[in-house]
Design a protein around this ligand. Structure first.
Ligand SMILES: Nc1ncnc2c1ncn2[C@@H]1O[C@H](COP(=O)(O)OP(=O)(O)OP(=O)(O)O)[C@@H](O)[C@H]1O
Length: 292
């Protein structure tokens, strides 16, 4: 077993009894969130955790926040409505997902209203801009899930009060390296407002039972990981972003990290014991795991 696998096992082993206990208390599926920085391994962790849950005889389904994007038309409309907002130039930020689709999906899952189709987004459409896959291609859940694993880069983020965003934006003008000054305050507030709507509808602490947060001490590591990933892609497939494109891509996520990671690190839930903070070092080795 690789080191990564054994680390995932370690986290899983401590979470499993809690998941089973929660499952026995309610008919609703257990909702486990997995969140983490770009390239930190969210999808890898999610896939392995799903596999381990299945082998523990827990019927498990999974969805990524990436599958809940607006249609291509919706993404274009969002971009056109906010022409000056660089954060809406591509998909990714709160505001680029279909809140109604997400809300309905989670409501059906929670109410065990089957069958439920899992929304699917095809990133290859429109030269990589992506579009929702036709509904006929969505996988369908026909048996009651015990666990739903919901993975996404901004899962666990919670909106800040307007005054707090204003203050952080003002302070950041003096902070070398901060990406916040690259955006106007109202642009950050637009995203913050959408995040608030997501949390009220389907992504707030009350919508999850447990959360795994994959984090690191130094956000610069995110650039290193993504560069490595793209270099591997270039070597194996001959396609991939240039180093400059990678940096610009990651830059788009930094304002979110700068604004929302503080609260997530302190704790997503009001009560303790439900969040696991996995801290990775520069080589993506697990440095520590803390239950919050
Ligand atoms: N701990 C690790 N050590 C080395 N490589 C890793 C580790 N975790 C993941 N990887 C590799 O890094 C790449 C990105 O992993 P993965 O897609 O799981 O990350 P992600 O956080 O979901 O990324 P993204 O945010 O880009 O969707 C994959 O090629 C994966 O095999």
């Amino acid at each position: 077993m690789s080191t990564l696998e054994s680390n995932i096992h370690r986290v899983f082993d401590s979470l499993l009894p809690k998941i089973i206990a929660r499952r026995q208390k309610s008919h609703q599926p257990v909702i486990l969130g997995i969140t983490g920085l770009q390239g930190s391994g969210k999808s890898t962790w999610a896939a392995k955790i799903v596999q381990l849950l299945q082998s523990s005889h827990l019927n498990t389904v999974t969805i990524s926040l990436d599958d809940l994007y607006k249609t291509h038309d919706g993404l274009v409309a969002q971009r056109n409505q906010h022409p000056g907002n660089a954060l809406y130039r591509t998909r990714g930020q709160p505001g680029t997902h279909d809140e109604q689709l997400a809300t309905q999906f989670f409501e059906h899952i929670r109410a065990n209203e089957l069958p439920v189709a899992i929304p699917t987004f095809d990133k290859s459409k429109f030269h990589g801009e992506g579009d929702r896959a036709p509904e006929s291609e969505w996988p369908v859940i026909t048996t009651k899930p015990d666990v739903l694993v919901f993975e996404g880069w901004c899962v666990g983020f919670q909106p800040l009060a307007t005054g707090e965003v204003t203050q952080r934006h003002a302070q950041a003008q003096e902070e070398p390296g901060s990406t916040l000054p690259r955006h106007r305050l109202e642009q950050l507030l637009q995203v913050n407002d959408c995040l608030g709507k997501y949390c009220a509808a389907f992504m707030g602490p009350e919508h999850f039972d447990f959360l795994i947060h994959i984090d690191t001490h130094d956000l610069q590591n995110v650039y290193t990981w993504r560069l490595e990933q793209e270099h591997k892609l270039l070597a194996s497939r001959g396609v991939g972003m240039s180093d400059k494109e990678v940096a610009a891509f990651i830059d788009g996520y930094m304002p979110g990290y700068e604004l929302y990671l503080g609260k997530l690190r302190q704790g997503f839930f009001n009560e303790g014991g439900k969040q696991m903070r996995v801290l990775l070092d520069k080589e993506r080795r697990v440095e520590s795991v803390k239950v919050i």
